[in-house]
Design a protein around this ligand. Sequence first.
Ligand code: NAP
Length: 462
Amino acid sequence: MIFSETFIEITYFIATALFILSLKWLSSPTTARYGVWAGELGMALAIVGTLFYRGIVDYKLVFIGLALGAIIGVPLGKVAMTAVPQRTALSHAFGALCVTLVGTSEFYLRAPNIPPFMMAVLAMEVILGSLTFTGSLMAAGKLQEILPQRPIVYKGQNFVNLAFLSLAVALAVILVLHPDQVKLFPALIFIPLVFGVMLIIPIGGADMPTVISLLNSYAGLSAAAMGFVLNSKLLIIAGALDGSSGFILSVIMSKAMNRSFTNVLFGGFGQIQTVAAGTGEEKPVKSATAEEAAAILSAANKVVIVPGYGMAVAQAQHKVRELFDSLTKRGVDVRFGIHPVAGRMPGHMNVLLAEADIPYDKLLSMDEINGDFPQTDVALIIGANDVTNPAARTDASSPIYGMPILDVDKARTVMVIKRGMGAGFAGIENPLYFLGQTLMLFGDAKGFVGNIVRELSGGGGH
Ligand code: NAP
C-alpha cells in the first residue's frame, strides 16, 4: 500500500515537471519537438500513476474508457493542419464535459455535507466546465462551417449574457450557503451550458482561434478546480498551467490583432470582415513575371520572405524551401519574417516552415526582423496581406490601425505573391501594393514560387 502511494507521488511529481518543461520547450521551434514528447510522456505517466490508485474498484470500466478514448483520439490526431483549431476546440469540449461530469458525481456523492470552500470550488468547476463544453462545441462547429460563421448580434446581447452568468453565480452562492438545496444543482449545469452557446454566437468564425485559446484557459481553470475537489496536486498544477498559458496566448493574439480583451468577448468580434475592400476605384499596380522576379532575387544580397495565410492555403511551404535552397546556394542571405498572427492560428507559419525543414535559425519574429528591413534588398511576401499593411501604422481610420506589422515597405524592393487584388482576413485594401517599389506577382503561391525556382535553375517557362 505504502509502495503504491509513494509510486503515485513520484510519477505525479515527474509528470508535473515534464508538463512545465513541455511548455518551456514548446516556446521555441528548436526545442518544440522535445516539448511535444515531454508533454506526451508526462500525460502517460499521469495515467500510469492514476492506475495504481487504491480507490479504483473496477479496472474493466477504466480500460473500456481508455479504449474508447483511443478510438476517438487517434483519428482526431490525424486531421489536416488547417483543421487543427477545430480539433483543439473539440478536445476542450471533451475535457470540459469530463470535468463537469466528475463535478456532478462528486456533488451528489458528498451533498449535503459539503464545506463552503469545497462547494465554491465545485460550483466553479461545474460552471466553467459546462460553459466551456458548449462554447467549444460551438467554436468547433463555426470553424468547420457546420454552423454559420458570421457573428450573430442583437440589441442588449451583453446584458442578456451577463444576466445568465450572474444567475449561475447567484445559484453557486446559494449552494455554498445551503449545500442541502440539492434540487438547485441541475440549474447550475444547465444555465452555463446555455451561456456557453450565447457567448460564442456574436463571434465571427475566423476569429475563433483567439476565443479557442480563451476556452482552453477556462478548461484549464475548471480542471484545476477539479484538482481541489479530488485532492490531486497534479490536476491543480496541470490545470493552472493550462489555464494561465491559454490566457497568455489569447492576450498575445488580441494584442497582435490590436483588439482589447473586452472587444474580443463583447464586441461582436469578427464583424470587421464586412468592411469593403478598397474604394472601388482602379489604381495602377506594377506586376512582374516569374522570370523577372527570379532575376531580381538572384541579384539581391539580402532577402526576407514573409509568409501568410495564402502560403498555408496553397500548401506552398515545400516550394518555398526549394526557393530558399536555390537562393542560398547563390550566396543570397535569405531569412523569414514571422508575424505572430500570420495565417489563422498561433504558430501556423512556424509549423509549416518546420515541416518543410527550413532551418529554425532563419525564422525571425516580427520584433527581431523589423529593424533589418531598411537594409533588405527584397521583401518577398507569399500569401500574406494584413500583417504587412502599412495602414496599420499610418491610417487612424483603418480597422487594423495600431496593429503591429512587419515593416516590409521599408525594404528596397517589395514583391507580393497573391492570386489577385483580394483582401485578407480584415477585408481591407493594402496601400503597400501601390507603392513605387512594389511589384505584384499574380498567381497561386505554390505555382508562382515553383516558377521562380524553375527560372533560377535555368529551366525557363512560366
Ligand atoms: P491575410 O491578411 O488573411 O491575407 C491572405 C492573402 O493570401 C489574401 O489577401 C489572398 O489574396 C492571399 N491568398 C489566398 N489564397 C492564396 C493562394 N492560394 N495563393 C496565393 N495567395 C493566396 O493573411 P495574413 O497576412 O497571414 O494575416 C492573417 C490575418 O488573420 C490577420 O488579419 C490576423 O489578425 C488574422 N487572424 C490570425 C489568427 C492567428 O492565430 N494567426 C487568428 C485569427 C485571425 P488573393 O485572394 O488576392 O490571393
